[in-house]
Design a protein. Structure first.
Length: 94
């Protein structure tokens, strides 16, 4: 997982979010990865993950993987969810 995390951090086309004065792309905890991205970089992240899976023969446990999409509009959220291979979490108010 650390190899994938390094690749995400190094990829200039994957843009993280700004928290105070620092730009953050991801956090690792045990065998979990939490990724924080600007809306325009989701496709690039998925491409990188797919490439990593093929090259490293790394397996992602899809039934236990989950994505939380926080989008500025319902239309954009639906568009992003189409490209995500994981289960998407429901927002608390849904």
């Amino acid at each position: 997982m650390e190899v994938l995390a390094r690749a995400i951090r190094r990829e200039k086309d994957i843009k993280g979010i700004k928290i105070e004065k620092e730009v953050v792309k991801l956090f690792l905890f045990a065998d979990d990865m939490i990724v924080y991205l600007e809306k325009s970089t989701t496709k690039k992240l998925l491409e990188l993950i797919n490439k990593f899976i093929k090259v490293a023969e790394y397996k992602i446990n899809m039934p236990t993987s989950e994505a939380f999409v926080y989008a500025h509009s319902e239309q954009y959220e639906k568009e992003v969810k189409k490209g995500i291979l994981f289960t998407t979490a429901k927002q608390a108010n849904q």
